[in-house]
Write a protein that binds this ligand. Structure first.
Ligand SMILES: NC(=O)NCCC(=O)O
Ligand SMILES: [Zn+2]
Length: 478
């Protein structure tokens, strides 16, 4: 609501926006407080509270954006979590030169979230690629809304989604992917969840209800109305696909990213698609779109509808159980905070009646698995008896080794020296043990065939290793 963005302000403010939410059956919203570069996160939070508190008609909470990085930012994040009821932070992989963080900053932000029990959220698109593609398209004379989608196709969203999942997983941070707009990005979320990552995916009313073919509409005003980031996808099977994933549990919640601009605001970009303010509506329509495309279509039952529109988000953002709502398909009556605010289609909401809802850190729905993983997968050292054999003296030269061998004194030479590059021809070194038994568990292993501790008189032919001991790994270690 009223987001300052791309040279203007989103046209829904906290009054009209929350009024619309209630009219559609939504009794609490979560908005984003997004600091400008270098602006204090705490100041941005207070600014949004001052905008919202006198105007909201329903309850609301805030996510705060981490739109730039220095060593003060994690301190402010911790303070927001401790003192101001913020338990989620949004990081942008897009909007280069405005809000975009690089990978190093993302890692720091993810580490900070984990430390304070917050949920990391990402806007997943590769801003560097978008910048490059936009330049090319504009140079080709493609200035209309279709250029918006062409500059940031599915792959650009999927890459950033994958990168965010990997970075977050590497530091054990739970991740929430906002506005999942494409089949490819949804597939990444699904695959990462199957691999055990703690990641949640949120399609929105727009991506579930319509598609990106509108960007090619002949009426500029019509096409521009659909411009948002990441874009709606021209593949018309996308909404059904996302709904199926939502129905079967691969995606978890539904948002809107409600960020509306009038036609005249969109027209800031009438000659250049990169200047069209990004954002679409949805806060009033979300429940109806979900009911129609989710339940009436037969993809999900009423209980799953409640879960994906309300309960799952409440659990993830640690404000469950606190809300209760009975629905009859459309919002004939809406009760918010014990008061009837919609009765027979008539809105009876009051500005300032909503209250700020603090969100506490370490949401059990998010952190119980993280804590379990940390405990089970914690790196552990192998407990073993100390090595009590010979240790090679450092700075041993070839000459000194050879003179020791010639004199028959091999006590100071480790077996690895004996079989080193220089030692290959000297198999006449007398074995210190006559046993031919070879304990692979206690040896190091050379794919070249020679065992560094091999003192058996039996000369072995080379060993071809197709599979390393312990099996193959998908990683790079082997
Ligand atoms: N999504 C969008 O186009 N506008 C709102 C800002 C953002 O989250 O990207
Ligand atoms: Zn976003």
């Amino acid at each position: 609501m009223q987001l300052p963005f791309m040279g203007t302000f989103a046209i829904d403010d906290f009054y009209t926006g929350t009024r619309a939410a209630l009219a559609g059956g939504t009794t609490m919203i979560m908005d984003f407080a997004l600091p400008q570069k270098e602006e204090s996160l705490i100041e941005a939070y207070h600014k949004w509270r001052a905008w919202a508190d006198p105007k909201v008609c329903c309850d609301y909470a805030l996510h705060v954006g981490v739109t730039w990085w220095n060593n003060k930012v994690p301190q402010e994040m911790a303070q927001l979590t401790r003192e101001h009821g913020i338990n989620s932070f949004k990081m942008f992989l897009a909007y280069k030169d405005l809000w975009q963080l690089n990978d190093e900053e993302l890692l720091e932000a993810f580490k900070a979230c984990k430390e304070i029990g917050a949920l990391a959220q990402v806007h997943a698109e590769n801003g560097d690629i978008i910048k490059e593609n936009s330049k090319k398209l504009l140079a080709l004379g493609i200035t209309g809304p279709e250029g918006h989608e062409m500059s940031r196709p599915e792959e650009v969203e999927a890459e950033a989604t994958m990168r965010a999942c990997v970075l977050a997983n590497q530091v054990g941070c739970p991740l929430y992917v906002v506005h999942v707009m494409s089949k490819s990005a949804a597939d990444v979320v699904r695959a990462k969840r199957k691999q055990g990552c703690v990641v949640f995916g949120e399609p929105i009313a727009a991506s579930l209800g319509t598609d990106g073919t509108h960007y090619w509409h002949k009426c500029w005003r019509h096409a521009a109305a659909f411009v948002m980031g990441p874009p709606l996808r021209p593949d018309p099977t996308t909404p059904n696909y996302l709904m199926d994933l939502l129905a079967n549990g691969d995606l978890q919640t539904t948002g809107t990213d409600n960020c509306t601009f009038s036609a005249s605001q969109k027209a800031i970009g009438k000659d250049d698609f990169t200047k069209i303010p990004n954002g679409v509506n949805g806060v009033e329509d979300r429940m109806s779109v979900l009911w129609e495309k989710g339940v009436v279509s037969g993809k999900m039952d009423a209980c799953r509808f409640v879960a994906v529109t309300s309960t799952n988000a409440a659990k993830i953002f640690n404000i469950y159980p606190r809300k209760g709502m009975e629905v009859h398909g459309t919002a004939d009556f809406v009760i918010s905070g014990g008061k009837v605010v919609v009765e027979d289609g008539e809105l009876k909401c009051v500005a300032g009646a909503g209250k700020f809802v603090a969100t506490l850190p370490f949401s059990p729905a998010v952190y119980s698995r993280i804590e379990n993983r940390d405990r089970v997968y914690a790196p552990r050292k192998v407990i073993r008896a100390p090595y009590d054999g010979v240790v090679t003296a450092m700075n041993v030269t070839l000459a000194s080794v050879e003179s020791q061998i010639d004199s028959g004194d091999t006590s100071g030479i480790s077996s690895s020296q004996g079989n080193s590059f220089y030692g290959r021809g000297r198999r006449s070194v007398p074995p210190t043990s006559t046993s031919a038994v070879f304990n692979l568990h206690e040896s190091t292993f050379s794919v070249a065939g020679d065992q560094p501790c091999d003192q058996s008189p039996v000369k072995r032919s080379s060993i071809k290793v197709n599979n390393p001991p312990g099996g193959k790994s998908a990683g790079s270690f082997w």
